[in-house]
Design a protein around this ligand. Structure first.
Ligand SMILES: Cc1cc2nc3c(=O)[nH]c(=O)nc-3n(C[C@H](O)[C@H](O)[C@H](O)COP(=O)(O)OP(=O)(O)OC[C@H]3O[C@@H](n4cnc5c(N)ncnc54)[C@H](O)[C@@H]3O)c2cc1C
Length: 357
């Protein structure tokens, strides 16, 4: 019997494990992957702490939260260049850095095990019932269960919590000389989302994400984008990104959801690494408070909503507003010119654009 069983050793689950184990909980971290963080399904872009504090002003300090990503930092990128369908562009100052995502995930999992958590890979969780977690290696039990198993969470499905609304995305790494600017391309080349070229020093992460209404073949769009940019074809890896922000409920009985499983992603930019780690820490602390001091688990929901909820909800509203223009390049061109650099910068940071949005 464990105090805490965590399903999924991505940034959310491993961070929860790190902080719960630090408080002395007996923690088991399960992941179906053979090697944590492999394959990479990510643009590998992380926002710097000062940007994160500007986006989430109610957050308490970040402390040592982002140590592992910083350790595998590749380059700083201080400008996001936003391209319209017609080729106009706006430069938005935004401080971020790129990482080796596989090494980042492994680094956070190592932090969790260093604090005392037990990590079991190649373990697929099928369902959760009460304190029992059924896996391909038998059943384990935990007083508290955390579902950090991504956007199609088996944990959420098995206990009847809502799943986030998702859109597909894929990316690859391409060698070459790229500037330090992060390029985002909008329009029907990636309907409802954007294509990206994110510099990583001697290479770039090149990818594309779209919305929940997309019904075609993502790889066709992806290779078309590579051709348009004159980039060589490289095999992409993909996944799903929550595109409408958090789900309506993240606690049920002894189960908490965190990270992509809870929709902890900024809808206006698709970034989930920072938010999943912030909420992972809150989930780990909430589990510890519950086991050690009998604090009700429901405090998890109120704590993460107080810390990051309003900007994430605003991100959803801004994204829904933008969705009216996606799918029609002519309209989108006009809307982007109207918004201009100042309002686009606010949109990226999930800050209010107009009254009510
Ligand atoms: C193509 C793409 C590009 C992206 N680019 C960026 C970016 O540049 N910057 C950014 O901030 N965000 C980006 N994101 C979003 C970001 O990757 C996620 O928000 C982040 O990974 C969320 O972390 P997580 O721990 O919640 O989930 P994940 O990282 O998905 O981890 C979930 C873990 O659970 C495991 N798992 C799943 N199901 C089970 C099961 N049944 N049993 C056991 N284990 C299970 C998986 O193996 C995985 O290790 C991108 C997403 C995609 C798909």
């Amino acid at each position: 019997m464990y105090d805490l069983v965590i399903v999924g050793a991505g940034p959310a689950g491993s961070t929860a494990g790190r902080y719960a184990a630090r408080r002395g909980l007996k923690v088991l971290l399960l992941d179906r992957r053979k090697e944590i963080g492999v394959p990479i399904q990510c643009g590998e872009y992380v926002a710097r702490d000062d940007e994160v504090r500007a986006i989430f002003p109610s957050l308490d300090g970040l402390g040592d939260l982002m140590e592992a990503p910083r350790r595998v930092r590749q380059i700083d990128t201080d400008v996001i260049r936003i391209w319209s369908p017609g080729g106009r562009h706006w430069d938005i100052p935004f401080r971020g850095y790129t990482v080796r995502r596989d090494e980042m995930d492994q680094g956070i999992a190592d932090q969790a095990t260093t604090e005392g958590a037990e990590l079991q890979t190649e373990t697929t969780v099928y369902r959760v019932r009460g304190s029992d977690v059924s896996t391909n290696h038998g059943t384990v039990s935990g007083t508290v269960i955390i579902g950090a198993d991504g956007p199609s969470s088996s944990v959420a499905r098995s206990i009847g919590l809502p799943l986030p609304v998702v859109g597909p995305a894929m990316s690859c790494t391409i060698d070459g000389d790229f500037s330090s600017v992060t390029d985002l391309f909008f329009g029907n080349l990636a309907p409802g989302g954007y294509a990206w070229i994110i510099p990583k020093g001697p290479c770039a992460n090149v990818g594309l994400g779209t919305w929940q209404h997309f019904r075609g073949r993502l790889d066709t769009l992806f290779y078309k984008f590579l051709d348009q940019r004159g980039l060589p074809h490289s095999r992409g890896t993909g996944g799903y990104v929550p595109v409408e922000g958090p789900v309506s409920r993240t606690v049920k009985g002894n189960v908490l959801l965190v990270g992509d499983a809870a929709g902890h992603v900024m809808a206006t930019n698709g970034g989930g690494i920072n938010v999943s780690m912030i909420c992972g820490r809150i989930a780990g602390e909430a589990a510890a408070d519950h086991v050690l001091q009998r604090v009700p688990l429901e405090t998890y929901e109120t704590t993460w909503r107080a810390a990051v909820g309003p900007p994430l909800d605003r991100g959803r509203r801004i994204k829904r507003f933008a969705d009216r223009f996606f799918g029609n390049d002519r309209l989108l061109e006009i809307a982007m010119a109207f918004l201009g650099a100042r309002r686009m910068a606010r949109a990226i940071r999930c800050q209010p654009l107009f009254v009510g949005i």
